[in-house]
Design a binder for this molecule. Structure first.
Ligand SMILES: Cc1ncc(COP(=O)(O)O)c(C=O)c1O
Length: 393
């Protein structure tokens, strides 16, 4: 008999009743150290006092009015994002997938309004993940995601990862945009090289092709810059954001330059809930905290500490781990066993991690995790790896 929850997830037999910082507590009082942060969402940890206060204050005043009216909290967050980034304008969504939908629509509408309606093709990359809507799965294109869900939205060209020649060869008169995660998350914590991102920017500048960055997972301070593309010293035309921006409240956004957004006039897009006062009150507080140079410097310091410990862990367990990769607090451990087995061994140590493709175990802790908690996490990973080594083959 089907479960009352549609069984699209293989859930761990764990349920949590409360959380604080990087720790979660189950009903029986057992505590788990959370190195997944709700898949890179709880940027400031669980029940961050500043966010609890921001949400609580807003909840007392006003929850929802719809985008038929001005929403001052939305205006404030949009202004913060515009001030901190390349963008001139922002549309708020409730998720990363919805941000993907709008990014695709915006790119196509841009060319339509420019009198080049044939420019509809969007170049995407192997290992990509942009969400689970029909457009987002068509964009990613992997067999696992699209099988059985056809007919797929046409107009996506799938290219090998980090392969400039393939991009050049795929560019043509119908190309509208290039869509890429500067650091692939679900694909296995794979950072695009700075050289590749810069070359994409050059191609975009030469041909007018729009550059879309999906920073749903790698953005909002996760890599040690407010947005990951800043490491490469370039900017996109359109950017998708979600996850960390809401700190745990469902919130996403599409940021764009004035030119890229020029086709999106009144009536061309909408959302009942997108940019609601609750989400934006929390998002504004997250931005206020995460976007400061001091906070980002701390993320980089924490990342250096964690990475060093993980390098030692890999060296100590060559039969379990082969590599540390990633940037900032978006780190991956390439595993020799199936990553699901390592995640399970970590559960036995009351440690939460997240599997990804390419045999990678993801570590995506709260951006304000303490050194003590990071050291504890690595000690628990060490115990998990030892248990795996001792397991009879
Ligand atoms: C890079 C990237 N884009 C888009 C999405 C989709 O976001 P959401 O699950 O909020 O719809 C995800 C989610 O994991 C993601 O990692």
């Amino acid at each position: 008999m089907i479960s009352s929850i549609l069984p699209t997830y293989n859930r761990a037999p764990l349920a949590f009743v409360k959380g604080a910082g990087s720790w979660l507590e189950a009903a029986d009082g057992s505590r788990y150290l959370d190195m997944g942060a709700g898949i890179a969402v709880n940027a400031l940890g669980h029940a961050a006092p500043e966010l609890v206060a921001a949400l609580g204050e807003q909840a007392q005043k006003l929850w929802h009015v719809s985008n038929l009216y001005q929403i001052p909290e939305q205006q404030r967050l949009a202004d913060q994002l515009v001030a901190a980034t390349f963008a001139d304008t922002v549309f708020f969504t409730n998720s990363g997938t919805e941000a993907c939908e709008l990014a695709v629509k915006m790119a196509r509408k841009y060319w339509y309004e420019k009198g080049a309606p044939e420019r509809v093709e969007i170049l995407t990359f192997a290992g990509a993940f942009h969400g689970r809507s029909s457009a987002a799965i068509a964009a990613a294109g992997s067999e696992k995601m699209v099988k059985g869900f056809g007919p797929l939205l046409p107009g996506f060209v799938h290219l090998p990862w980090d392969d400039l020649e393939a991009v050049k060869a795929a560019m043509g008169p119908n190309t509208a945009a290039i869509l890429i995660e500067p650091v692939q998350g679900e694909g296995g914590i794979r950072p695009a090289s700075d050289a590749f991102l810069k070359a994409l920017k050059d191609i975009s500048a030469e041909t007018g092709t729009l550059l879309i960055f999906d920073e749903v997972q790698c953005g909002m301070g996760r890599t040690g810059r407010l947005f990951a593309h800043e490491w490469a010293g370039i900017t996109p035309d359109i950017m998708m954001v979600a996850k960390g921006i809401g700190g745990g409240f469902p919130l996403g956004a599409v940021l764009a330059t004035e030119a890229a957004a020029s086709g999106m006039v009144a009536g061309t897009h909408g959302s009942t809930y997108g940019g609601n006062p609750l989400g934006c009150a929390v998002g504004a507080k997250v931005m206020e905290i995460v976007s400061t140079p001091e906070f980002l410097a701390e993320v980089n310091a924490r990342a250096g500490f964690l990475r060093q410990k993980l390098e030692a862990l890999v060296a100590a367990h060559p039969g379990v781990f082969s590599e540390v990769r990633g940037q900032g607090l978006m780190l991956g451990l390439k595993c020799l066993p199936a990553p699901g087995d390592v995640v399970a061994a970590a559960y036995a140590q009351n440690l939460l991690t997240v599997p990804a493709a390419d045999n990678v175990l993801r570590l995506l802790p709260a951006l304000n995790i303490s050194e003590a908690d990071m050291a504890e996490a690595v000690a628990r990973l060490d115990a998990a790896a030892t248990a795996l080594e001792q397991k009879p083959a």
